[in-house]
Design a protein around this ligand. Structure first.
Ligand SMILES: [Zn+2]
Length: 351
């Protein structure tokens, strides 16, 4: 075999991520490595905050938020957790990245302002690539080999509100499905989503976890550039239950029982509900998150502000489903996905 030697990351850290105890500090991303930082960064570095807590034998867990910079609930949850957890609370180790794509977090953007990189499409990354690709490479080549589990906290984006849910990808090995579903039940969001086909493919963190043999769980918690208080609270308790379930905390950090979890999968994206009006207008939704819609149902109307007397154009569902997301901006036109749909999921049924 003529395998190329693996190149090591140019990102460095002044803490020893394998050391026992609780440490906080930064990963330093040198912007001079590649001329893709968008501006004259000289020898500057981008600091990416990291916390590690290690206490004896036990599982290793990566907790991540800020994969997309403008998804806020998970960032708040992990900042609170870093401050709350003591070394004695932990068994094994936690590695916490509350602002994984730090430039995107700093700019309140989904993607990095340095290279427009979407971290969740850049795995396995490149140590000599742009800043976002360097972060992906560091996570996949330095952190994932050290951990058994990843919890990656997402929300809807600035323009999309998501039905709060926890998410797993269907494991490639059918023997691992029940264990993954148990993690979903323990995390205990009222809705648990099973991803049959990842939108981001191999470039997503889900793909990186599959390559590295790491068990993955993520969330979608509200969104819309907001901090959804109810979703944040559900996920905070869910994360505490999950950490104890996998053996990563010595005592349960939540005394709240997991609510019943209803399993859903997304329908094919071509069956989502799209506006199809050539003139952009104001969208009046007639259904909301978690509502069930039927094929042929009018789920909204587009009203035309230039000709207010004109009849509004109906937006119609093509398939039965459960409303998982809604597009937030009122001004809507052809191609805007006003509602993404899911369906009830059971292990025997596939898309
Ligand atoms: Zn996201």
């Amino acid at each position: 075999m003529n395998e190329k030697p693996k190149q090591s990351s140019k990102i460095w850290t002044d803490l020893d991520i394998d050391a026992p105890g609780k440490q906080t500090g930064f990963l330093w991303l040198p912007l001079a490595v590649h001329d893709r930082s968008g501006d004259d960064a000289g020898y500057n570095c981008e600091p990416i905050p990291i916390a590690t807590i290690r206490n004896g034998e036990g599982p290793s867990v990566l907790l991540m938020a800020g994969n997309h910079g403008n998804e806020y609930e998970g960032q708040v949850i992990l900042m609170k957790l870093i401050r709350a957890l003591n070394v004695e609370d932990v068994r094994g180790r936690l590695i916490i990245l509350p602002a994984a794509n730090a430039p995107a977090v700093r700019a309140d953007r989904r993607n990095s302002p340095l290279d427009d990189g979407n971290l969740n499409r850049q795995f396995p990354g490149d140590p000599n690539g742009g800043p976002t690709s360097m972060i992906a490479h560091f996570i996949e080549s330095v952190i994932l080999p050290r951990v058994d589990y990843v919890v990656d906290l997402h929300s809807g984006s600035r323009n999309v509100e998501y039905l709060p849910c926890a998410v797993i990808a269907r494991p490639p090995d059918p023997g691992q499905l029940e264990e993954a579903l148990t993690r979903l039940r323990v995390f205990g969001m009222p809705t648990g989503m099973i991803i049959e086909h990842s939108t981001g493919g191999d470039g997503a963190l889900i793909g990186a976890c599959r390559r590295q043999g790491v068990k993955h769980l993520s969330t979608e918690l509200g969104g819309g550039g907001d901090v959804n208080r109810a979703a944040l609270e559900l996920a905070e308790h869910g994360l505490a239950r999950l950490l104890h379930h996998v053996g990563a905390t010595k005592r349960p950090l939540s005394d709240r029982a997991a609510p019943e979890c209803h399993f859903v999968a997304r329908v094919l994206s071509r069956d989502y509900i799209y506006a199809d009006s050539s003139e952009r207008g104001l969208f009046e939704p007639l259904v909301g998150l978690n509502d069930r819609v039927a094929a042929g149902q009018v789920v909204g109307r587009i009203h035309f502000t230039t000709t207010p007397w004109r009849d509004p154009e109906p937006v119609v569902a093509k398939t039965d489903g459960i409303v998982l997301t809604r597009w937030l901006p009122a001004r809507t036109g052809r191609g805007d996905c006003v509602f993404a749909l899911g369906r009830d999921w059971s292990p025997s049924r596939t898309v």
